[in-house]
Structure formats: structure tokens, C-alpha cells
Design a protein around this ligand. Structure first.
Ligand code: PEP
Length: 254
């Protein structure tokens, strides 16, 4: 039986899209409760500049707020950065960490991801930590080495009790924004591998860890992916910018 902690979680990563007023309009449309079943957690991650306004727009709705990144220091001379406590202050409950775009374009490392995960948890945020292999890594047959290494780096800063309030997103890099989705059976294999790895370190507590799939999830492929036993939800990029399509993904989760 699935661990009771593993309520389906559907998170929309809006990336660097939308002005403040556009973000508020999208948040309102998504929060239309008729779209959200009582058993599903829904999260949206707007750009930093829209967090405050979206927080206000989401008040009284079941949709939670996430940031797309943070810095691991609490404060200081780190121009352009935002700390975990600042995200809590603006109303975030979640934060995405180590997205492949940050690893690819901004030089994020496993070490930085670990520090960010520790900082997020220290402030009471739920980290959504992204792992995933590139196309060349998949073709070289090292998918599990790569995602195992990425997972270990973040597990190293957790203890057993943290697994229920930490989220991992398996996002094969070749599937992000490309329209290519991992076969549901391949995604399930990766998710089961990640869960086993967490269980090897922490025992049965690993059953509480929610593992999302990300990579070109759309309304028409969500149900099949979400039906896999170790897929606990989805991290959705492009399709989360359309409230209607995102609503269909949410409904596919239950
Ligand atoms: C993402 O940004 O995490 C993502 C999965 O993007 P997309 O759904 O557009 O592939």
C-alpha cells in the first residue's frame, strides 16, 4: 500500500514567464477549486517578482506557493540572491532546487544543491529537489549513476524524519521542454531506483518520500504517468502556463 504521506502533488514551474498581473490572473484561474480534488496538493512557482501578489491571490485557496530557487546563506553581501527566510516571509511553502536549467546554465553543483536543501529545510520550506540525466548520459548507459549521485548529495543533508517533508523530482533533461516524455515504464524504473536508494539509507522512512516526474507532462499523458506506483505527482513546466491544461493534469492526479 502507498504510504499515506504520498498524496499526489502537482507543481507548476512557471520559469521566467509572466508579469505580476499575468501571474495573478493565472494563479486565480488555477485556484478555481472546481479543478482541484480534495486529495491532491497543488503548487505554483512564479518568478520572484510575482510571489507577493500571487500569495495574496491564492489566499483562501488550496494552492500553495513555491519559489524557483534560493540562496543557502541567510543574508549578506550576495547580490541578486534571495534567502530561505525571505521566501517564507513572502508566503512560500515550497522551493524548487537544482532544476536542470540551473545546473546547465548557472553552474549549480550537487554541493550547492545540498546546501540549498539544508537551508530550505532549516527555514521550514519543503524543497523540491530536481535530479535527472542528460541525453548523452542516458545514451552512455549511466542514467542511474547520475541520478544516484545527485540524490545522494541531497540525502546526505537529511535525516530520516525529513523524508516526509522533502520532495524529489525526477526530470530527464532530454524530456524538459522538448515534447519528448519518458515512457511511463522507464520513468517508473527511475522512480523505483530513487526510492530504493532512499530506503537503503533510511529504511522504511523512504516510503514517505514523494517523487514527482517532470519532462513534457501534458493533459494527455499525465494519467498514464501518474498511474505508476512510484510516481507521486508531476513537476510541470510549459503546460502549467495554461490553467485549463494544468487543471486537466491536476484532475488526472485524483
Ligand atoms: C520543468 O521545467 O521542470 C519541466 C518539466 O518543463 P516542461 O514540462 O516544459 O518539460
Amino acid at each position: 500500500m502507498t504510504h499515506p504521506n504520498r498524496r499526489p502533488l502537482i507543481a507548476g514551474n512557471w520559469k521566467m514567464h509572466k508579469t505580476v498581473s499575468e501571474s495573478v490572473a493565472l494563479a486565480r484561474a488555477i485556484a478555481d477549486t472546481s479543478r482541484i480534488g480534495p486529495r491532491t496538493d497543488v503548487v505554483v512557482a512564479p518568478v520572484f517578482t510575482a510571489l507577493s501578489a500571487v500569495k495574496t491571490a491564492l489566499e483562501g485557496t488550496p494552492v500553495a506557493l513555491s519559489a524557483q530557487n534560493l540562496h543557502w546563506e541567510a543574508q549578506g553581501a550576495f547580490t541578486g540572491e534571495v534567502s530561505a527566510a525571505m521566501l517564507v516571509d513572502v508566503g512560500c511553502r515550497y522551493v524548487i532546487i537544482g532544476h536542470s536549467e540551473r545546473r546547465q546554465y548557472f553552474g549549480e553543483t550537487d554541493d550547492g544543491v545540498a546546501k540549498k536543501t539544508r537551508a530550505a529545510r532549516g527555514a521550514g520550506l519543503v524543497p523540491i529537489v530536481c535530479v535527472g540525466e542528460t541525453l548523452s548520459e542516458r545514451e552512455a548507459g549511466i542514467t542511474f549513476d547520475v541520478i544516484g549521485r545527485q540524490l545522494d548529495a541531497m540525502l546526505a543533508v537529511l535525516d530520516e524524519s525529513a523524508l516526509a517533508t522533502t520532495v524529489v523530482a525526477y526530470e530527464p533533461v532530454w524530456a524538459i521542454g522538448t515534447g519528448k516524455t519518458a515512457k511511463s515504464s522507464d520513468a517508473q524504473l527511475a522512480h523505483a531506483f530513487l526510492r530504493d536508494r532512499a530506503k537503503n539509507k533510511f529504511g522504511d522512512a523512504g516510503d514517505a518520500l514523494r517523487i514527482l516526474y517532470g519532462g513534457s507532462v501534458k493533459a494527455d499523458n499525465a494519467a498514464e504517468l501518474l498511474a505508476q506506483p512510484d510516481i507521486d505527482g508531476a513537476l510541470v513546466g510549459g503546460a502549467s502556463l495554461d490553467a485549463e491544461g494544468f487543471g486537466r493534469i491536476i484532475r488526472a492526479a485524483g
